[in-house]
Write a protein that binds this ligand. Structure first.
Ligand code: ATP
Ligand code: MG
Length: 230
């Protein structure tokens, strides 16, 4: 179990619904080779964030398999999974604590230098250093108010610190100003490079940079190909 993974991801015949709701996925299959960046697009409500929930094992399939490097993830511990698979969610959530603690959450043994390097790579360092208490600024409930864009940059820094083999990114839909947008885009490019990545894409640039684009509709894949093919 100490052997590191290559990072292939496969959903095989996955069916899922929330609670007693309608089926979101019925016999859904998707295979992603190690190292590939896949952008997923589709109308609101078609199941993109639900796919993220399943990949991150926040919810488990009702039937079917999720295999990481060919082995069902339910045979692993959650710790095993989350030290190899990182995520940035659509609504970035910060817990009550300092910015430093929020970034360190990606890997608890990270040094201050590693945290600041990740913040810099995520284009978050500049705004953090502009705050009166810098990395020691309290955020989350009762802390300073940050914009959605700033929260995204902190989430990206957290994911960079964790340096997972597999990255799941649900791009935020809420608009940020153009300047922050460029910062987020560059940070996202850095985050995805060299990993198996599944990105729920809302930005054209993310889609353009992906190795493969999947178009979903009502829990099904309706198109699957490269940017040039589609
Ligand atoms: P968007 O583009 O707006 O983010 P999406 O493709 O991510 O949409 P999902 O969030 O996966 O869509 O939602 C798929 C369906 O599942 C919707 O009908 C939604 O109402 C429902 N749903 C999503 N999350 C939950 C939940 N936690 N509990 C119950 N139903 C949910
Ligand atoms: Mg969503």
């Amino acid at each position: 179990d100490d052997v590191d993974i290559l990072g292939s991801v496969e959903l095989k015949d996955v069916s899922f619904h929330y609670g007693d709701g309608k089926w979101i996925f019925e016999h859904f299959s998707l295979s992603i080779p190690a190292g590939q960046t896949v952008a997923i697009v589709g109308e609101t409500g078609c199941g993109k964030s639900t796919l993220v929930n399943i990949l991150c094992r926040f919810y488990e399939p009702i039937s079917g398999e999720v295999n990481i490097d060919g082995r069902e993830y339910r045979e692993r511990t959650c710790h095993w999974l989350h030290s190899r698979l990182g995520y940035v969610l659509q609504t970035p959530l910060l817990f009550s604590g300092t910015i430093r603690e929020n970034i360190r959450y990606g890997r608890l043994d990270a040094t201050d230098a590693e945290i600041e390097k990740a913040a810099s790579e995520a284009n978050a360092a500049h705004f953090i250093e502009g705050l009166e208490h810098g990395y020691e600024t309290m955020v989350g409930e009762g802390g300073v108010l940050l914009s959605t864009g700033q929260k995204q940059l902190i989430s990206l820094a957290r994911a960079l610190v964790a340096d997972p083999r597999i990255m799941i990114l649900d791009e935020a839909t809420s608009s940020v100003d153009t300047e922050t947008e460029v910062l987020v885009q560059n940070a996202v490019d850095r985050l995805l490079a060299g990993r198996t990545s599944v990105v729920i894409a809302h930005r054209l640039s993310t889609i353009r940079n992906a190795d493969r684009i999947i178009v979903m509709d009502a829990g099904r894949v309706i198109e699957d190909g490269t940017h040039d093919e589609l």
